[in-house]
Ligand binder design. Structure first.
Ligand code: NA7
Length: 563
């Protein structure tokens, strides 16, 4: 690494989709001396760790990639409708080779602390090994779902078998052959993992606390004709993903549910079910804003479960869903419900019996002891803020990020937190992030941050910091956007931080849609970075921009938030 005295213009934390593009943008476009620090042993970010059985992205491969370079887009060929972790890692590796990124990345290095030093306006970044680096700009590309949530169930330390968390999966093969496996969790991950585990396990018990909707993914190899069409349609696909509220390569219907007859609706849902994937969510524009409209989709999906699953009690438990479809992240699957027709699979309905403790040899519920050789925690993540707060980040006057976010994260546009100058976040809390096809907000953030830093350097500005007023307004707007949807009505959702004990219940992603978000960010720039305080140390050149205040009112009703 070429930093004199470990000193850099910019330090990026994370070498996933965010960190890699940010490195390219700062190093190759702005010519900044840039260092990327990554805790994993290789590229990939979330996908470096996410290797559990059945793992697959739920965005379609031809849109789960960078769009900033036509050449990169056209040189890479995806093999399946949805990419698996291995193919995503190969893709990122291809991009890194092409742009020669590895030489500026420190792998196997965990950032434990970052402190803003006011005397010289530098960030001091400390690693687990005690190495110290300095930089003017600190950019986090740490992902939203990378901090594993292992529930605090008594007795785990007594368990004599093997246990795993899906987000921290071993790199070597894990064999379930003839093993008695218990899987806890039925979110997107559990729904992907169960069918794969059941293929070889002696017996699989799936512990379900909250049942979930799921639509078949209908994954399949891509035809040569489709691959060609994708390459030929680069401009069109780019335009689509950058203009849809959720960044996916398909348009959300402009129709409302009750504008169609029941018969027509059934046909539309049936076609979407056959087609598979998140496009089911796009059948009507009011599915996530109007409960009665949502009920029609919810009932359709519950009926599907009851049609697929033969055992009536199991089917009832799987379909006993009391929240709106897509109110939580909507999973897509390959043979999930069909898996419960297998002889070697049993659903444990935690609405009827609860987990009391883990024992030496299994799981004790309020009704029985279930003997197990292995436990798989598909229990999700301390999402969006978890990874930030694992680090000791301190801004001005030693203000700790954990203190600034005590009542929930407070950012401006998800990009900056007041009190933390020159620290930018890619898909931080308050960004559309997980409500979108992730590469789309990632590219937008990276480009926005790069332009902002370029502006600072051209204008001789030393620090850029979100103002408290702007952050307050943004947090209000994030709440306002969430409240316009059904997403806030799900009490156990990780969007609200409700899956982690003691975490403030605050809706974290921006549900106003990527299109609106992009326009707001562009507007902020046009208004001289409204809401950001920009200062120069040299008082004769002191610049302070705190306004004009931005108008985040929702004048145009939110009808089509992200996913
Ligand atoms: P999720 O969606 O947070 O799902 C976690 C699952 O684990 C969910 O079913 C939880 O039930 C369950 N859970 C969590 N703690 C417990 C305990 N203590 N007992 C029983 N069950 C529990 O995480 P995923 O990994 O599936 O998906 C995360 C994202 O990754 C996904 O949205 C994609 O974007 C990729 P609950 O619903 O809380 O009752």
């Amino acid at each position: 690494m070429s930093g004199q005295n470990n000193s850099f213009d910019a330090i990026i934390i994370g070498a996933g989709f965010s960190g890699l593009y940010q490195l390219h943008a700062l190093r190759d476009e702005l010519k900044l001396n840039t260092l990327t620090i990554e805790s994993g042993g290789d590229l990939g970010g979330t996908w470096f760790w996410n290797r559990y059985p059945g793992a697959r992205c739920d965005s379609e491969s031809h849109s789960y990639c960078y769009m900033f370079s036509e050449e990169i887009y056209k040189e890479w060929e995806w093999s399946e409708r949805y990419p698996g972790p291995k193919e995503i890692r190969s893709y990122l590796n291809f991009v890194a080779e092409k742009l020669n990124l590895r030489r500026n990345i420190l792998f196997n290095t965990l950032v434990t602390k970052a402190r803003f030093i006011e005397s010289n306006n530098k960030w001091e970044v400390t690693t687990q090994e005690g190495d110290i680096y300095h930089a003017t700009y600190l950019i986090t590309g740490i992902g939203c779902i990378s901090s594993a949530n292992i529930p605090n169930i008594p007795g785990l330390e007594d368990f004599k078998g093997k246990w795993y968390h899906t987000g921290n999966w071993p790199h070597e093969d894990v064999s379930f052959k003839n093993k008695r496996v218990g899987q806890i969790g039925t979110g997107s991950t559990g729904i992907q993992a169960a069918p794969e585990i059941a293929e070889t396990a002696g017996h699989l018990h799936v512990f379900q606390r909250t049942p979930n909707y799921s639509v078949p993914a209908r994954n399949a190899p891509l035809s040569e004709a489709f691959k060609k069409q994708v390459h030929d349609s680069y401009e069109e696909i780019k335009k689509t993903v950058r203009s849809t509220p959720n960044g996916h390569p398909f348009k959300i219907s402009e129709k409302n549910v009750f504008e169609t007859s029941e018969e027509e609706r059934k046909k539309i849902y049936e076609e979407a079910w056959k087609k598979g994937g998140l496009q089911f969510r796009a059948t009507y524009q009011d599915l996530t804003t109007n409960k009665k409209a949502n009920d029609t989709a919810a009932d359709f999906l519950k009926d599907k479960i009851k049609t697929i699953v033969r055992d009536k009690t199991t089917a009832q438990a799987l379909a006993n869903i009391d929240y709106p479809y897509a109110g939580k992240r909507p999973p897509i699957d390959t043979n999930y419900f069909e898996t419960f027709n297998r002889e070697n699979v049993t659903l444990v309905d935690l609405k009827r019996e609860t987990i009391v403790k883990i024992t030496e040899g299994g799981i004790q519920t309020s009704a029985r002891h279930i003997p197990l050789d292995m436990i798989v925690f598909a229990t999700g993540f301390d999402a969006i803020t978890g990874k930030f707060l694992e680090m000791d980040i301190q801004g001005r006057n030693g203000l700790k990020l954990s203190e600034a976010w005590k009542e929930g994260p407070k950012t401006y546009l998800g990009l900056q937190t007041p009190g933390f100058p020159n620290m930018f976040s890619i898909t931080g809390p308050g960004s559309p992030s997980v409500l979108c096809n992730m590469p789309v907000p990632i590219e937008q953030h990276v480009e926005w941050i790069t332009d902002c830093i370029s502006h600072m350097r051209q204008e001789g500005i030393d620090t850029c910091e979100a103002s408290q007023d702007a952050a307050n307004e943004w947090v209000n707007h994030v709440n306002e956007a969430a409240n316009a949807t059904l997403l806030v009505s799900v009490p156990h959702s990780w969007y609200l931080g409700a899956n982690v004990e003691g975490k403030p219940r605050v809706f974290m992603p921006y549900a106003g849609g990527m299109t609106r978000y992009r326009a707001l960010c562009d507007d902020v720039v046009k208004n001289n970075y409204a809401g950001f305080v920009m200062l120069s140390k040299n008082s004769s050149n002191s610049i302070k921009k705190n306004g004009p205040k931005h108008n985040f009112d929702i004048t145009k009703k939110i009808t089509t938030p992200g996913i």
